[in-house]
Design a protein around this ligand. Structure first.
Ligand SMILES: *Cc1c(COP(=O)(O)O)cnc(C)c1O
Length: 381
């Protein structure tokens, strides 16, 4: 193979200052945390480093619960439950203290797959019914009266595919992974029993917690299994998490900065107009990104069906002559970070987060930076 020595190394590409976004963080998680929110942490010295069993931290948990009830417009009887460990830990908790019979899982990427595997491994549960589709698409539920729990994700962060959340049938509990969708996509509380997320994506906080919005039917299920004789490790016990959440606490020590940052972000949404505002911001960014890619001679949206294209995580494929790895490396050298695709997807692609914290104007600037880098690295010599 002849090496073209005139081509520059990606790290040597210098994007002009006036093209650069104001903030170069486009990672899908951990994702951009607002500078103001981080600055506010510095003023919390009567909170940071204090006991999670005392008023200041309990007050923060209460603010979190209240702001989520408000943001998601949760009907009476819905409760916010939280615990330590992130969405991944909640999968195990759901397997131990929520799923009672056979679960049906829609699998269309890494995260939906991992939840189905966690349930598959649980020795006390029947094997789940797994419905899978090709990367870049999503499957549909196959309603069945024998199914106890229906599980899916509102947005598959690994592939950039989203789906509408609607109960397949009136019976069966609906459990939705909203980790990357929460705050970036609207959801109707009537359509879920559990809508859960980690704080480091749409809520622009740090990792380490899981938060679950639970319907009355979900609470009933937690209480039913909580008083059964099934073995449940206490740290995965949703009854224990529920009891603690009702007292504005967590079972074990939470990450206090994470809590404060998610409250900051939730209240930022509320002060700007709530989820109508935050989701409109994502929709604007997404339109910019997908319009640019669709009109480009070297890029195109990975997800074919327009309605399945995520408004929060955009996956963009490139033609062969444009090497996504070099492109991401050049962007990184210029302070535009974490645009690399999901590693296991193995495509010549960039993955770009468009969570509410990310300024739509910065997404526009990013597209111009990509154009610039492609011209320098892969343009006709
Ligand atoms: C990031 C992510 C998770 C995992 O979150 P953790 O906090 O790392 O456990 C689960 N589901 C989806 C859809 C995600 O995007």
């Amino acid at each position: 193979m002849i090496k073209d020595v005139s081509r520059r190394a990606p790290e040597e590409v210098k994007i002009p200052e006036d093209l650069l976004p104001a903030d170069g963080r486009f990672g899908s998680g951990p994702s951009k945390v607002r500078r103001d929110a981080v600055a506010n942490l510095a003023d919390l010295d009567r909170y940071m480093g204090t006991s999670h069993r005392q008023a200041p931290v309990k007050h923060m948990v209460a603010r979190l619960k209240a702001s989520l009830v408000d943001l998601f417009d949760l009907p009476d009887g819905y409760e916010v439950v939280l615990g330590v460990g992130g969405a991944t830990m909640l999968w195990d908790a759901l397997a131990f203290s929520f799923i009672d019979g056979r679960a049906q899982h829609l699998v269309f990427g890494e995260f939906t797959s991992k939840f189905s595997q966690a349930v598959m491994l649980a020795p006390h549960l029947p094997d789940p019914d797994v419905i899978e589709s090709e990367p870049g698409t999503h499957p549909l539920f196959a309603p069945d009266s024998a199914i106890d729990v229906y599980a899916t994700a509102h947005n598959e962060t690994s592939t950039g595919v989203c789906m509408q959340i609607a109960r397949p049938v009136p019976n069966g509990l609906m459990v939705v992974d909203g980790t990357s969708a929460a705050a970036g996509m609207l959801v109707d509380p009537d359509q879920f029993d559990v809508y859960y997320f980690s704080p480091q994506k749409g809520f622009a906080s740090d990792g380490g917690l899981w938060i679950a919005l639970c319907s009355p039917a979900a609470i009933e299920r937690i209480e039913k299994l909580g008083s059964s004789d099934r073995y449940v490790p206490p740290s995965l016990g949703l009854q224990i998490a529920l009891d603690n959440s009702r007292k504005d606490q967590t079972y074990n020590t939470p990450a206090l900065a994470t809590l404060a940052l998610i409250v900051d972000q939730a209240e930022w949404f509320l002060s700007n107009g709530g989820l109508q505002w935050s989701t409109a911001r994502c929709a604007e960014s997404a339109q910019t990104l997908y319009d640019w890619a669709s009109g480009s001679s070297f890029a195109q949206p990975f997800v074919g069906a327009k309605e399945d294209r995520s408004p929060v995580v955009g996956t963009i494929d490139f033609v062969d002559r444009v090497d996504g790895k070099s492109l991401a490396a050049a962007l990184r050298a210029n302070g535009i970070v974490d645009t690399e695709p999901y590693r296991k997807l193995g495509r010549n692609q960039l993955r770009i987060a468009m969570y509410p914290a990310i300024d739509p104007d910065d997404v526009e600037r990013l597209t111009r930076c990509i154009d610039f880098v492609v011209e320098v690295l892969f343009g006709d010599p």
